[in-house]
Design a protein. Structure first.
Length: 232
């Protein structure tokens, strides 16, 4: 019954706050009288016992509650930290699918890992802001950093490589200025350049059409390249 520990701590915290509030009021009224000394001392003894007994347990429980919290309890991690780390580490250990028959699976794998990393970073920053100064939180913070280091080592290189390939493959339907992607554009452009201008005196308009087509290809390639360089 782990919830009983939380209920016990909540009850002690409430008692401590009420006692502090009562004591401050009492001292403001009777602090100058020696008859009040024994009452004040008894209160301080109880507060010292609270600090020694409850505070270590309260922090430990608060850390565990933060680890266990799901989205229903306000966490960004759907099923809590342990589940998130287990799922993330398992996927990282297994690695990118790398099946040339299904390249889309590599993109899906990277997208999933990037999402997991962002959620973990968000959770960790919030956790550190609340518990970063407590020794009870050190092992949790280290556990998160280990997963983030593993992500950095195993995903970032693959992510950039895939992003470059995606940019090369992207067609107009995916937002590229190149209708059928870079490979097709270069092949068509180089093929036409290698073949050269028609140069048939019977059809001079074909030379103009050829020039216009090459100029258009060049402008599109320059536009694509500037965008590509700005990203990679």
């Amino acid at each position: 019954f782990p919830e009983r520990d939380n209920e016990w701590v909540d009850a002690r915290v409430k008692e401590q706050k009420l006692l502090v509030e009562w004591l401050e009021d009492f001292k403001s009224k009777f602090g100058g009288y020696k008859e009040a000394t024994s009452v004040v001392d008894v209160c301080y003894q109880a507060l010292d016992k609270y600090t020694a007994t409850v505070e270590p347990v309260r922090v430990k429980l608060a850390v565990q509650n933060a680890r266990n919290a799901r989205t229903a309890q306000g966490s960004v991690l759907e099923y809590g930290l342990s589940h998130h780390l287990e799922k993330m580490n398992t996927a990282l250990d297994k690695g990118v699918p790398g099946d040339p028959r299904f390249p889309e699976r590599d993109n899906e794998w990277v997208d999933a890992r990037v999402k997991e990393q962002k959620l973990l970073v968000e959770w960790l920053e919030d956790f550190k802001s609340k518990f970063g100064d407590y020794v009870e939180a050190a092992s949790t913070i280290e556990e998160c950093y280990q997963a983030l280091d593993k992500y950095q080592n195993q995903v970032e290189t693959v992510r950039v490589k895939l992003a470059v390939q995606n940019a090369r493959n992207a067609k107009a339907a995916q937002g590229s200025v190149l209708e059928y992607g870079l490979e097709y554009h270069l092949e068509k452009m180089n093929g036409a350049l290698d073949k050269g201008i028609p140069g048939d005196p019977r059809f001079p308009e074909r030379d103009n059409e050829w020039i216009d087509a090459r100029v258009k290809e060049q402008k599109l390639l320059v536009e694509w390249l500037e965008d590509f360089k700005s990203k990679f």
